[in-house]
Write a protein that binds this ligand. Structure first.
Ligand SMILES: [Zn+2]
Length: 390
């Protein structure tokens, strides 16, 4: 008789905000999906048993902003070697590819990954492949609305939205007319294709409220805690009215940390004023020397230290991230029938330090470590523990 379950995780605490659960639960997997969740399940009926006593189990983590067009994008990371081994079972690529370069990503890179990958398509035809040499929208003719919308439509379910960077190093230093036109074209492409819009809002040449004006429920503003001139706080350090209004109408406020796009002082003040990020994300990319890009579990540790409640931190990388990409029926929860993607985490005690691009330091007394990663109902062999930063 074959075992009833292929894999059983037992003895750990399941934190699954989508089910409102934070309690000891055993979780069983079969045919790549969650088969059962109960206070106790018999281990004898499983092909493999993971003893998770003392550990936290969460749905596989979802990183809403990363760059994994490995091999074509100069800064592109390898989704399995950096994200998946750290518990990120779903990676959303935030505009590495544009309509001209997307087929190579879809046909030759994505199929090599075990991680689940979705994409936002850059409104620039080339995506970010050349942006270390020339701003991707320095010439507005790169923003081709009809072509971008066509490719997004042809890849429905895989391309989840349109991405645009409204930034001095994307639309041209101080070039307000170009920034406005790029935003207009990105909005138009997203509407034509019937998908979300994700806007990079760090170091923008135009006012932040003007950008937020273009965003509706479900659209994403990424790098919300950046410390540039046009930031979410006003001159008195209060969260701007337009930012609160955007949050209230359902705009996704995404961290997109990188190292230069998240100023700890802004995050601390916003959280203290009750403005939590909708989603925590890494903006994972291959950084220039001297810069640090954190893994998602590092950011989770940092935001716990910044005063974000633990269940909110978990929700921001599971249930809320799944909702932000319209995939709540498949991922972001470990309810029976959902994808068999999970992570077994240790919350280690000690003295840890997280530094941002502005050299602000966050001291933490706890941090997450990855014990096991489960993708499609199977435990992945993990390499030796990876460093905290890359
Ligand atoms: Zn990015």
């Amino acid at each position: 008789m074959p075992p009833v379950y292929e894999l059983l995780i037992r003895g750990g605490v399941l934190m699954d905000p989508a089910q409102g659960l934070s309690a000891k639960r055993d979780i069983a997997f079969r045919d790549g999906k969650v088969a059962a969740v109960a206070e106790t399940l018999p281990g004898g009926e499983a092909g493999e048993v993971i003893e998770a006593t003392g550990a936290l189990i969460t749905p596989g983590l979802i990183d809403l902003h990363a760059h994994v067009y490995h091999g074509a994008l100069y800064i592109g990371m390898h989704a399995d070697r950096t994200s998946l081994v750290n518990g990120v079972t779903t990676v959303v690529d935030a505009g590495s590819a544009g309509w001209m370069t997307f087929p190579g990503f879809r046909d030759y890179v994505m199929p090599t990954y075990q991680a689940r990958v979705f994409a936002f398509l850059h409104i620039s035809a080339t995506g970010l492949t050349i942006n270390r040499v020339v701003p991707e929208l320095a010439e507005i003719k790169f923003a081709q609305v009809e072509e971008a919308a066509r490719v997004a439509k042809e890849n429905e379910g895989l391309i989840l939205g349109i991405k645009v960077r409204i930034a001095n190093n994307a639309t041209g230093p101080g070039d307000q007319a170009n920034a406005r036109e790029a935003l207009r074209r990105a909005r138009q492409a997203a509407d034509l294709a019937g998908v979300r819009l994700m806007v990079h809002v760090s170091d923008t040449p135009i006012p932040l409220p003007e950008i937020l004006d273009h965003l509706r429920a479900g659209d994403v503003a990424t790098h919300i805690f950046n410390g540039n001139a046009e930031q979410i706080l006003d001159g008195r350090g209060e969260v701007r009215r337009e930012v609160r209004a955007a949050a209230e109408r359902g705009v996704v406020l995404d961290v997109g940390h990188a190292s230069v796009h998240c100023d700890t002082n802004i995050a601390r003040r916003a959280i203290a004023q009750g403005l939590l990020p909708t989603t925590l994300s890494t903006d994972l990319h291959n950084p220039p020397p001297g810069r640090i890009v954190y893994h998602l579990r590092g950011l989770m540790s940092k935001f716990v230290a910044l005063g974000m409640p633990l269940d909110e931190v978990i929700a921001s990388v599971t249930s809320r991230a799944a909702a932000a990409i319209g995939k709540s029926a498949e991922i972001g929860s470990l309810a029976p029938g959902m994808a068999g993607d999970a992570v077994v985490l240790d919350l280690e005690e000690g003295q840890f330090s997280f530094v941002d691009g502005a050299r602000n330091e966050v001291k933490a007394s706890r941090r997450f470590r990855t014990r096991h990663v489960i993708r499609g109902g199977r435990r992945l062999p993990l390499p030796a523990p990876a460093a905290d930063s890359i």
